[in-house]
Design a protein around this ligand. Structure first.
Ligand code: GLN
Length: 454
């Protein structure tokens, strides 16, 4: 197969289905075809090929791409053309994969349904009346609909794993620090990670391999060895110890979701793994902690969108302060404004100790919950989401119900550990996801279990 054929196939499929699915915001056809040609011509002339040679990939629109529109799903950046590539984009290039285009998302990655995109509606390919999840809903939908075999997402509180679960694909949030955040438009810097969304576990490991590793442009990227993730796909889970937090199967988790997890555990047990119930006692504070910390960080990170440096600037302002205010009023959507206000409040001098500082302390306790469990167990297993994909419009006016979607994924970001979602069954024809959580920098074991289960 020639690369040109793969790339054509991808654009053909997008032409056929994306009008309905709505995953892509920007296509990069000309450059993709030119690069495919270059790769095809190189085939006969060299004997070493990139890890993702010729593979079509879609990139979430909060990852900057030189000269290619990068919107973050926001009116604020509708016309923003970055002047550099994110480190992950450079690494994709080094792996010789072909960027097909940029993918829709909730505005600035805030949301769980893609309904917060200011630019486009994205639908779940399994049922077009339902949401694909979010905020990397476009990435998961594009892979599920067969538009691209590989996609990059970002995950701050569940934004890779939740849409992967809703769309029946595989999505991994790496350990904090495994993948460079240079060129990822920051939402909550202490939680954000870029990660792979693919059709199966093997592809996922390939993509993580290509983008992982320390980066001098991101001081929070970790200088730890990157193992050969592919070699962990042995199918062997004999003797492996699995912990199942009782909080993850508690009230509020849909009965079929609970059953699908118990069935998955049986499959793993039959292969020689054992499981026991454990407790992550501070889980009940995770949602509140997350929304305080992530909104605080967001309020600082989004201060840069002031009408001067990037993107949108209002036409109707008489002076500088008016210009800032009007630009931000016009450029940001309701959810982004809600987070900025919440974050600014939590960081204000009178409330800092009561909210931000307290939340940081609780975060430490949540992290310790995980460390305690990992002293005795290899992985933690549970559902990715409490329910399957909901209907478009069903939760838009109810931010708290929307926030509760990430109740099982958020603790993983607060602890900084890796987590994957793999398909584990259906409820009324809608896919469900199994979440497998590992120790810091132990994506290998996460992949091993996911692969054995898949
Ligand atoms: N849904 C969560 C939020 O809105 C998580 C988003 C994410 O992981 N980027 O903050």
């Amino acid at each position: 197969v020639r690369v040109e054929e793969l790339v054509n196939e991808s654009y053909k499929r997008i032409g056929e289905v994306d009008e309905k699915v709505g995953a892509f915001l920007t296509l990069d056809k000309e450059k993709a075809h030119a690069y495919a040609k270059e790769l095809d011509e190189a085939i006969g002339t060299k004997d070493e090929f990139g890890l993702l040679f010729g593979m079509p990939i879609g990139v979430k629109d909060n990852i900057v791409t030189k000269g290619l529109r990068t919107t973050c799903g926001s009116k604020m950046l509708d016309n923003f053309n970055p002047i550099y590539d994110a480190t992950v984009v450079e690494r994709l290039r080094a792996a010789e994969s072909v960027t097909i285009g940029k993918i829709n998302m909730d505005e600035f990655a805030m949301g769980s349904s893609n309904e917060n995109s200011a630019l486009k509606v994205t639908r779940n390919p399994w049922d077009l009346d339902r949401v694909p999840g979010g905020s990397s809903g476009g990435s998961a939908a594009a892979v599920a609909a067969g538009e691209v075999p590989f996609a990059l997402g970002s995950d701050t509180g569940g934004s890779i794993r939740q849409p992967a679960a809703f769309c029946g694909v595989v999505g991994l949030k790496p350990t904090y620090g495994r993948v460079s955040r240079y060129g990822l438009v920051a939402f909550a810097s202490s939680l954000d990670q870029i990660g792979p969304i693919t059709r199966n576990v093997e592809d996922n490991a390939f993509l993580l391999q290509a983008i992982s590793g320390v980066d001098k442009m991101d001081a929070t990227s970790a200088n730890v060895e990157v193992p050969d993730f592919l070699s962990s796909l042995t199918g062997d889970v004999k003797g492996l110890k699995i912990a199942v937090p009782k909080e993850y199967l508690a009230e509020g988790v849909n009965e079929e979701v609970r059953q699908s997890v118990l069935d998955a555990l049986k499959v793993l047990e039959a292969q020689g793994a054992t499981w026991e119930e454990v407790s992550l006692p501070h889980s009940k504070y995770a949602l509140a902690t997350y929304y305080l910390l992530s909104s605080s960080e967001a309020s600082a990170n989004l201060a840069r969108f002031d009408g001067v440096r990037y993107g949108h600037r209002t036409d109707n302002a008489e002076n500088l302060i008016e210009m800032y205010k009007q630009t931000r009023s016009e450029g940001f959507g309701d959810e982004v404004k809600r987070r900025i206000m919440l974050g600014t409040f939590a960081l204000s001098s009178g409330y800092y100790d009561a909210y931000y500082k307290k939340a940081q302390q609780v975060r430490t306790l949540i992290k310790k919950d995980f460390e305690d469990v990992f002293e005795k167990y290899d992985v933690i297993v549970g559902p990715t989401t409490p329910t399957p994909a909901f209907k478009i419009g069903e939760n838009v006016n109810d931010p708290l119900t929307m926030y509760a979607n990430d109740i099982l994924t958020i603790p993983v970001n607060l602890a900084g550990v890796p987590g994957i979602s793999v398909p584990c069954g259906f409820s009324n024809g809608l896919p469900l996801g199994l979440q497998i959580i590992g120790k810091h920098f132990d994506e290998s074991t996460v992949y091993r279990v996911a692969h054995a289960f898949e």
